[in-house]
Design a protein. Sequence first.
Length: 198
Amino acid sequence: MGSELKFITGQTPLDEDEKEGLLIPSITTRGELDEFEQQNIEEAIQWTLMRNFKQKEILTEGFIKEVHKKMYGNLWGWAGEFRKTNKNIGVDKWQITIELKYLLDDIIYWIPNNVYSPDEISIRFKHRLVSIHCFPNGNGLHSRLMADIIIEKIFHQPVFNWGAGPLNKTLDARAIYLKVLKEADRGNFRMLVKFARS
């Protein structure tokens, strides 16, 4: 595959072992990889639209892994499996399961107690999930799809627009997204919720 796979700001580079998990050896450029990923993600979105998931199913480690596998399973051998290496972001690889359990426990409490609005609950979940960085790659798109599933299937509200376009194609939207993520890192979720609905 070589050095042609380049990642733009905010994307996590793959380790050499993770590159080995690429199931389609004919992919040699980032553009080809993006195209295959987009096709898989669209299939995963269709899968979520056709199913009537319940809250107790959605808010589990198994479901989080299943969504990632649906999004990337035709492309990466490690899809749906927690990462086995540490990254420049995210919790230590040994802490993924426990941090995810804390997050799931939190959202299970937030929902019936109306701790935040439905939008903010979904966005806070997305933010914490991506900060845990469960998987070798694809965490940003995966966490956004999880927020969409939560807002639609649990709260019965429309999915988010996420800046009205694919973030990895529109650099201006991506720059705004990264900026509002940093605000959320500081505890201000208002801008991230607004961006998600824009």
